[in-house]
Design a protein around this ligand. Structure first.
Ligand code: FAD
Length: 341
């Protein structure tokens, strides 16, 4: 079966090479990277700089970082500037190395055999000897009025990124797990008051995390309270309408910001039922590597790996590793999946 699969790959490559030599449209790349966020762009820049023919395709130029309206303060060697500007520099750098950029949605990937087939916007077909899945994740939302309008303007899912802008402010954190504690403590170094809104009757955070909260007099815990509406002055958040889910009482309270710590969801619609995913739906890779289990030449990078710390520097560090591993695979045949599927 494996021999047949190898034979099929070989014939495919041969046919594609014949097509190219006859002048057909170039649809063959060494590497196709899916995702135009920091992870995808960095991985693509590394493979392109290694001389590999690279296409980076994504539906949003810059990924999540482009949504950061406040100047981004914590990216290595970059002075504070908007996320979109950082990503435009990163994309330009990748292009300078020779990477091609395509704005579009990958609608299908055939992982059956190499070269892998990638379909963009439902019609464009691209073949790749190696794939990098860098489709990222998105914060789980509350789906309440005002959330979309004030996203990035008072509503955030990243205290590490945005706490700096809330000096002496009053902010709320929604969530009851470790992430909520983390967010609250980070905010407490800047804000004068941090209210943690826990939907249930108790926190799910580990005990030692809950103990840590007690060291901060400016952090207040409230149980059974939910955000019903986010209000603002068209520019920024100014208040929250809260509802007590036991009594049904509603209150309107002044807040300068709202931080969501209710989890992140992987952008894995293309991968479900095919690649090995963990319980939360993030892609599983080999220990110490970014190569996807069971698929030689398929790599995952950035937040789609379920990184603990969702920060650009972390993502870009992992993506650099991915770029190097792709090069090792394509140039030297080094794979953690030694036996082809
Ligand atoms: C508002 C905001 C502010 C932030 N501020 C900071 C900060 O100040 N400092 C910091 O370090 N971090 C910050 N972050 C976090 C940082 O942006 C993320 O850690 C980083 O963007 C993750 O990179 P990624 O490449 O893994 O994924 P993403 O940035 O999520 O990029 C993945 C891309 O893949 C695309 N994609 C998914 N599926 C497909 C498909 N089928 N076809 C094509 N494309 C697809 C997605 O649309 C997305 O554009 C912030 C995040 C947000 C949301």
């Amino acid at each position: 079966m494996r021999l047949f699969s190898l034979y099929r790959s070989f014939v495919m490559m041969l046919l594609l090479n014949v097509a190219f030599s006859l002048g057909a449209e170039t649809i063959f790349y060494d590497v196709v990277v899916i995702g135009l966020g920091p992870g995808g762009v960095e991985a693509g820049a590394r493979t392109a700089s290694a001389g590999l023919k690279t296409l980076i395709v994504g539906r949003e130029r810059g990924g999540q970082l482009s949504a950061a309206s406040q100047p981004v303060q914590n990216v290595f060697a970059v002075s504070p500037k908007p996320g979109a500007a950082i990503m435009s520099d990163a994309i330009r750098q990748a292009e300078d190395f020779g990477a091609e950029i395509c704005e579009g949605t990958v609608t299908n990937i055939s992982f059956s055999w190499s070269p892998y087939l990638v379909e963009i916007d439902g019609f464009k077909k691209i073949y790749a000897r190696a794939l990098v899945v860098a489709t990222g994740s998105h914060p789980r939302r509350l789906s309440v009025p005002g959330e979309e309008e004030y996203w990035g303007r008072g509503v955030s899912a990243c205290a590490l990124c945005d706490a700096f802008f809330y000096r002496d402010a009053t902010v709320a954190v929604v969530g009851g797990g470790d992430a909520a504690v983390d967010e609250a403590i980070h905010l407490a170094h800047y804000a004068k008051r941090v209210v943690v809104l826990v939907r249930g009757g108790r926190m799910r955070a580990q005990r030692f995390m809950q103990e840590k909260l007690k060291q901060y007099s400016q952090i207040e815990l409230r149980y059974g309270e939910e955000v019903e509406e986010i209000l603002g002055n068209d520019n920024f958040v100014t208040a929250l309408r809260l509802r007590n889910n036991k009594t049904g009482d509603r209150t309107l309270e002044k807040f300068d910001g709202l931080f969501l710590a209710i989890g992140h969801e992987p952008n894995n619609e293309l991968l479900r039922g095919v690649l090995e995913l963990d319980q939360r739906g993030f892609v599983r890779v080999h220990d110490g590597s970014t190569e996807v289990i069971g698929y030689p030449g398929v790599f995952a990078t950035g937040e789609i790996m379920g990184l603990q710390r969702r920060q650009v520097n972390v993502v870009v560090g992992v993506a650099t590793q991915t770029g190097l591993e792709v090069n090792d695979y394509l140039s030297f045949g080094i794979s953690r999946n030694q036996i082809p599927k």
